[in-house]
Design a protein around this ligand. Structure first.
Ligand code: KIV
Ligand code: ZN
Length: 529
């Protein structure tokens, strides 16, 4: 029998829009750009860069991403009105492959209570929005929000009308994460069977995870004929999140015997992308998270270990290498040469320019002097330290930390700080506290005069052993112009207390950055690389 040709599923990443808008996941422009660059490496087809009308910050971020990203479609979200669409069109004007994604609710509950309109009015607005957007770009996506709780007849009518109006992609969102796989399959099949012009558009789905079914629903949608999946890295997003990018992509790849489809995602970039997001947002994934959790490829039981050593496929359905985790036993250390380190970085998916490599190598040598064995996870962390936390964009730099603590003497820390906004002056302060971190943070507070407060503190040992590289992410808040600014500061060091102090200073730098953005967005743009 002749084999059917595999069809491509478009991967639409909305980490920077649906993901970023959820509490605790906000990013500054610098972080959005860094993450967008990683999405290009991951090779998703579309990245939804933001919702430009929402704030100047969102607009600026979408505009910068659109200007820089090449070889990837950049989408901007807009409600079905001219003001939103104007903002979206302006923000993506310089994109190589621009898309406007416009939406309006189609469920009666939203139409009646939220929009306070009739079905007819909403249908008209949907069609007008698509036509208006078509005046700016060729590539238009339309979403009938809350589609899974909408009347199927009305939904079919809307889908047909927006396709006629020019939508090339129609997305069917399960906005409140309400549907289940068999029902979603049936609803989508209904659309395929009853919307006469449906073959003129790509049908997409956007599933929320309120019942933990987002990935399962997306797979059911593929079976029904959907050929675009909207998803986010680590599954972040409104409430319980969205379809997780890594899970859906690996499900398609691993069960290619069942699904006659493929994606073009570079799966070897999955782990670095997941880790980058965790570092930027300060939110780690749960250890047992599918695909990217710390335990996803760890085998604890003797029987499993034995089987995996004899043939990895005995207990592993995916190869760790395929998601960017190296099985290599080659451990780097202070004797490792530049070439070996470069090769290792390449195998992890990092292709550094000579300049970046110079910067990176300094961090590497510094860590290798203090830590015997450097693992891949350490390298990934160091890359972001070296590339993302470039000097010059940050106000403060910790020059030195000295901590004395013990059971009988009160903990005391001396911190030396450089202030780039103040002629790069260097000063130091000594302070006491309840432990080394607290003492160090008190010293930083004295030096900077900041009113920022540390609200939560999360410590992770990145690699095992008592000389593990530790990562601290701290939630830091500050009242500013009547608003509460909130950032996650991240710090790494072999010493837990030093990592804690670094995380606080990183948070202060991000707060400075946010204030600068509010006061002079233009200045911030110039500060970007
Ligand atoms: O969940 C949702 O319905 C959305 C739309 C804007 C697609 O995020
Ligand atoms: Zn959503």
């Amino acid at each position: 029998m002749k084999e059917r040709k595999k069809e491509k599923v478009v991967i639409f990443d909305t980490t920077l829009r649906d993901g970023e808008q959820s509490p605790g996941f906000s990013m500054n422009i610098d972080e959005k750009i860094r993450f967008a660059e990683q999405l290009v490496k991951l090779n998703v087809d579309v990245m939804e860069a933001g919702f430009p009308v929402i704030s100047q910050g969102d607009f600026d971020a979408v505009q910068l991403i659109a200007e820089r990203a090449r070889g990837i479609r950049v989408a901007a979200l807009a409600r079905a009105n001219t003001k939103d669409i104007d903002a979206a069109a302006k923000a993506i004007r310089k994109a190589e492959l621009p898309r406007i994604h416009t939406f309006i609710s189609s469920s009666d509950i939203h139409i009646e209570y939220q929009l306070k309109k009739t079905r007819e009015e909403v249908l008209r607005l949907a069609v007008e929005a698509v036509k208006y957007a078509a005046g700016f770009v060729k590539d238009i996506e339309f979403s009938p929000m809350d589609a899974t709780r909408s009347d199927l007849g009305y939904l079919s009518e809307m889908v047909a009308a927006v396709i006629d109006a020019g939508a090339g992609t129609v997305n069917i969102p399960d906005t409140v994460g309400y549907t289940i796989p068999t029902e979603f399959y049936r609803k989508l099949r209904h659309l395929f069977d009853h919307v006469p012009n449906i073959s003129n558009a790509v049908i997409s789905v956007h599933c929320h995870n309120d019942l933990g079914l987002a990935v399962a629903n997306s797979l059911a949608a593929i079976e029904a004929g959907a050929r675009q999946i909207e998803c986010t890295v680590n599954g972040i997003g409104e409430r319980a999140g969205n379809t997780s990018m890594e899970e859906i992509v690996m499900a398609i790849k691993t069960r290619s015997d069942l699904y006659n489809v493929y994606t073009e995602v570079n799966t070897r970039q999955i782990m670095s992308t997941s880790k980058l997001l965790s570092r930027i947002t300060g939110v780690s994934v749960q250890p047992n998270k599918a695909v990217v959790g710390e335990n996803a490829f760890a085998h604890e039981s003797g029987i499993h270990q034995d089987g995996v050593l004899k043939n990895s496929m005995t207990y592993e359905i995916m190869k760790p290498e395929d998601v960017g985790i190296s099985r290599s036993t080659l451990v780097l250390g202070k004797h490792s040469g530049r070439h070996a380190v470069l090769e290792r970085l390449r195998s992890l998916g990092f292709d550094l320019s000579p300049d970046e490599m110079d910067r990176f190598f300094k961090y590497f040598k510094d860590l290798a002097d203090r830590k015997k064995e450097i693992y891949d996870e350490d390298l990934v962390t160091l890359v972001s330290e070296a590339m993302y936390r470039e000097e010059g964009k940050r106000r403060y730099k910790v020059e030195n930390v000295q901590i004395s603590t013990g059971m009988q003497s009160p903990p005391m820390a001396m911190v030396t700080l450089k202030d780039h906004y103040n002629n790069s002056s260097i000063s130091f302060e000594v302070a006491h506290g309840n432990g080394g971190v607290d003492a160090g943070i008190n010293a930083v507070k004295k030096l900077t005069g900041t009113r920022a407060k540390l609200r939560s503190f999360n410590l992770v040992a990145i690699t095992g052993g008592s000389d593990a590289l530790s990562e601290v992410s701290a939630l830091i808040v500050e009242e500013y112009n009547g608003r509460e600014l909130k950032v996650f500061g991240v710090g790494h060091s072999i010493d837990i207390s030093v990592a804690g102090i670094f995380s606080f200073v990183d948070g202060l730098n991000k707060l400075e950055y946010m204030k600068m953005a509010g006061e002079a967005g233009e200045r911030m743009k110039k500060a970007l690389p």
